[in-house]
Design a protein around this ligand. Structure first.
Ligand SMILES: Cc1ncc(COP(=O)(O)O)c(C=O)c1O
Length: 492
């Protein structure tokens, strides 16, 4: 196949050049009916290819032309048997993976530190999650992957599981021994689904963690928009044939996808795939050099720590993505959120996310030496300001708790509920999802018993100013809990 070609983008450009008289949506009609300021800002080119599934442009729900060809090229580029484009981000692709293999009551093994889309799919499908504890790096308070022995134990306890889902790599860039996990699951003929939101680029450079497809996994949901260069919201779902039926996966994806698919997003997937396939290695190599140098320089700044190879330990953390710079600021006596705000207000720098102890900065082929220098200089200034505080406020690193699941998330979500204060929820079964976003990992999911430890963890994040959200009440003052008492459900 010619990876230099872009079947969909080319078809769109040719169609726009022909300027057919448009009597179809979108009603902005190549921009002429759009708000003039927005049109001027975006440019006519973008409007001219913001089209819909008319026959010459194929249909994502039933591809047999330019979209089919673009997806085939993507499958070859990602080393998959089939690739489906998603205009609903990786969240949509993750929900598809789970709903394609799990029905009501089916068990699925998932790490507890999953993204909220995994929990949404579990609620929608009625699947029964078997949570696997991830390994925690106690120095910086972040969760890595799950160890091979955890997966083995869980598979032994739950041989009837319908699927194993793992994250590869995590938001912070750490990857577990995926090959071994895949081998364990496949020994039992159980498919492995991979949340590869943060791994669109990893197949394209040998210094990065192994990709899900290369490790033999059955499906992988991959945010091309994150580190693969496409527009926000565009992702791919890669499939290895054998244990899953690609036609069924396509049908489920279609169920979860808008019928008004954005051709701007689809074209950006087509072109991002070309760039990754043709120049990915070279572009990533340059970004890796920049990130490695920045990491070294950050680690020379007193009071800061940016993990690298030294964080790799055991089978839950066998590789990492150097493009993720997790900078631990806790020794300066400030939170990651404080650092994020200072970088924003005083240095004009926006980071990817912050948590109680760290900020996460993402390096990509879009960065150059100047950007990296600006980041390191800002971090130097930040560290210099708080240097007198080093050792003054020793921070006890708190790690997320893993509450007990008393009923399936779906049962709890649809149960009769009481609305109570956060404090009154202790000892009750939570009926909502509560998380810090980003990264969007739920602290509580429907069905879990609320404990004082969960509340403490939530309050600490709220007090630090971190965005705790997910409940009906945006202020998280009052939350929904299952009306039936725990004792009755657990028959204590
Ligand atoms: C680990 C993980 N999985 C899935 C997602 C969802 O990806 P998307 O934003 O493309 O829907 C995210 C988003 O940040 C994520 O961090």
């Amino acid at each position: 196949m010619d990876q230099g070609s872009t079947p969909l983008f080319t078809a769109l450009m040719e169609h726009a050049r022909r300027r057919p008289l448009q009597f179809h949506i979108p009603g902005h009609k190549a921009g002429t009916g759009a708000d003039p300021e927005f049109r001027e800002f975006l440019g006519d080119a973008a409007f001219s290819i913001d089209l819909i599934n008319i026959a010459p442009l194929d249909d994502l729900h039933h591809p047999e032309g330019a979209i089919r060809d673009a997806q085939r090229l993507a499958a070859e580029a990602f080393g998959a048997d089939h690739t489906f484009f998603s205009v609903q981000g990786t969240s949509g692709a993750i929900m598809t993976m789970i709903m394609a293999v799990c029905g009501p009551g089916d068990k699925i093994l998932v790490p507890r530190n999953v993204h909220k889309s995994v929990m949404s799919a579990i609620i929608l499908s009625g699947a029964h999650p078997i949570f696997m504890p991830p390994e925690i790096d106690e120095r910086i308070g972040i969760a890595h992957g799950v160890s091979v022995s955890t997966v083995r134990t869980m598979l032994n306890w739950h041989p009837d599981a319908r699927a194993v889902l793992v994250i590869n790599p995590t938001y912070y860039g750490v990857a577990a021994d995926l090959r071994a996990i895949v081998a364990l699951a496949h020994d039992r003929n159980i498919p492995v689904l991979v949340d590869e939101a943060h791994g669109a680029h990893i197949h394209f450079h040998e210094d990065l963690p192994i990709s899900a497809m290369d490790a033999g996994a059955d499906m992988a949901a991959t945010s091309v928009h994150k580190l693969g260069g496409s527009l926000t919201q565009s992702s791919v779902l890669n499939i290895r044939e054998g244990r899953v039926d690609p036609r069924h996966v396509q049908a489920v994806l279609s169920m979860l996808t808008t019928t008004s698919t954005s051709y701007l997003l689809l074209a950006s997937l087509d072109t991002a795939r070309r760039q990754l396939a043709v120049r990915g290695r070279e572009l990533i190599a340059r970004a890796l050099d920049l990130a490695r140098e920045a990491r070294e320089r950050i680690n020379r700044i007193e009071g800061l720590y940016c993990f690298g190879e030294d964080a790799l330990k055991g089978s839950a953390a066998v590789a990492y993505d150097p493009l993720k710079l997790t900078v631990c600021v806790k020794d300066l006596g400030i939170t990651g959120y404080d650092a994020e705000q200072i970088l924003r207000e005083r240095f004009g720098i926006e980071v990817e996310l912050s948590d109680l102890y760290n900020i996460l900065c993402i390096v990509s082929p879009g960065d150059g030496e100047e950007e990296m220098r600006a980041l390191v200089e800002a971090l130097k200034a930040l560290a210099a300001e708080f240097r007198p505080q080093i050792g003054q406020y020793p921070v006890e690193v708190k790690t997320p708790v893993m509450p007990l699941l008393a009923m399936t998330p779906r049962e709890a979500f649809y149960a009769e509920t009481d609305t109570v204060s956060l404090q009154e929820s202790v000892g009750r079964i939570f009926a909502e999802m509560l998380m810090v976003y980003p990264p969007g990992i739920p602290i509580l999911v429907p069905g879990e018993i609320v404990t004082e430890a969960s509340l403490e963890y939530i309050r600490e994040h709220m007090n630090a100013g971190l965005p705790v959200q997910g409940t009906d009440d945006p202020e998280v003052r009052r939350v929904k809990v299952v009306r039936r008492p725990v004792e009755e459900l657990l028959r204590i």
